[in-house]
Design a binder for this molecule. Structure first.
Ligand SMILES: [Zn+2]
Length: 385
């Protein structure tokens, strides 16, 4: 949001039709011109004419050919990902992490600032320093940078570039985009962290082939990003998607939000560790997988019960939004095998259409770059509009 884009981005993409085609090539590469024409509902000559400036400028090239088994190799095209870079930053409560990627969201460098204070002004100085360090660490990255995507946990208004409320950071009504853009001198795009993952899934993940899908993150909190008709749905002022705080049990356990019986209080990391009687969820996971005896059984039961609650939460999402695909990710997805059976049973039980229509569930294991890459995709997506 917010800063002028004239000096940045890809000039040839100011034409929205061309930007739309480029986006299709980027997301589905390598792709044949025939398939591109089908997906764009355009005739091949219009495709060729529209893409011409991008071919001339070296953004789109013929991909290395591979035999298709029918004798004639298909001619496929792809985007030259090295033409640009993007920076993605995740602002967490203890760590600010970041990556530099190319245009295809391939990570070129990573870094972090640990133990940063939570006061917004200090945080933004640390973010700016990290962006500088990251851009310096990859030759040419600064000159080719499209912008910086910033992912923040909580309610984020992407149009205003503000964090309206982040319980985990203790922020309320904080302007993120303006002070960062002043210090970084690149376009800054700010979004909720799970919505950033939804953008990443839409561009480069399983969401490429789904019009309506959901991204659910498991971990300390339980997050939701919704994509409707190919666009992230943020709701009024970006406040949609608080899956972790849907109330499931009247007078249930106390939640971090101050209410009782929320999904997060029943199936977040802290709830699982408490039910397993362990200090943290990692210990509970090891015990559930490798342990023997009553403590291991209690750990397995803790994950199983959490799976049941998460399945109920997903049933709410399905009944409300009918996604065709649910991508499950976040740090907590590492324990998905311990949750999966009960989650699926619970989803079948509570989703209105039951077995007739259920979304595909896809687990996308979280790596250390998950959130940073998602944030970088905010900057990449911005350049495609
Ligand atoms: Zn809550």
């Amino acid at each position: 949001m917010s800063t002028p884009t004239q000096a940045f981005g890809v000039p040839a993409l100011r034409d929205p039709h061309r930007a739309g085609l480029f986006s299709l090539v980027l997301r589905h590469a390598p792709i044949s011109r025939v398939e591109l024409a089908r997906q764009a509902s355009l005739d091949p000559s219009t495709i060729a004419r529209t893409l011409r400036p991008l071919v001339d400028q070296g953004y789109v090239v013929e991909a290395p050919t591979t035999p298709n088994g029918r004798g004639r190799p298909e001619r496929l095209i792809e985007v030259v990902a090295t033409k640009h870079t993007a920076v993605g930053i995740k602002i967490g409560p203890k760590v600010i992490s970041g990556v530099v990627t190319d245009l295809g969201a391939n990570v070129l460098a990573r870094g972090e600032e640990v133990g940063v204070p939570l006061a917004p002004a200090d945080t933004f100085r640390a973010v700016a320093a990290l962006v500088d360090r990251l851009l310096d660490s990859v030759p040419g990255a600064r000159e080719k940078a499209l912008g910086v995507g910033v992912a923040v946990s909580g309610h984020v208004d992407p149009d205003a570039g503000t964090c309206r409320f982040s319980p985990i950071l203790g922020w309320r009504g904080v302007d993120v985009a303006t002070p960062l853009a002043e210090q970084i001198a690149l376009p800054v795009t700010v979004h909720n962290d799970v919505n950033a993952l939804a953008v990443a899934e839409h561009l480069f993940g399983d969401g490429r082939n789904a019009r309506n899908f959901a991204v659910v993150t498991l971990g300390p909190g339980i997050g939701l990003g919704l994509v409707f008709d190919g666009k992230v749905y943020g709701g009024a002022q970006g406040a949609a998607g608080e899956l972790g705080h849907i109330p499931l049990v009247p007078d249930g356990p106390l939640c971090s939000c101050g209410r009782r019986g929320c999904l997060e209080a029943l199936a977040g990391d802290a709830a699982i560790a408490a039910a397993a009687g362990t200090a943290d969820v990692g210990t509970a996971m090891r015990l559930a997988r490798d342990g023997q005896g009553r403590r291991a059984a209690a750990a397995r039961e803790a994950f199983d019960a959490a799976g049941g609650w998460i399945g109920r939460g997903l049933a709410v999402v399905c009944n409300l939004a009918a996604p065709e695909l649910v991508v499950i990710t976040g740090e907590g997805s590492a324990a998905y095998d311990l949750l999966a059976d009960r989650l699926a049973a619970s989803l079948r039980e509570y989703a209105l259409e039951g077995g007739d229509f259920l979304p595909r569930l896809k687990v996308a294991p979280a790596d250390a770059d998950l959130w940073g890459k998602g944030a970088a995709c905010l900057a990449i997506q911005r350049s495609l509009r």
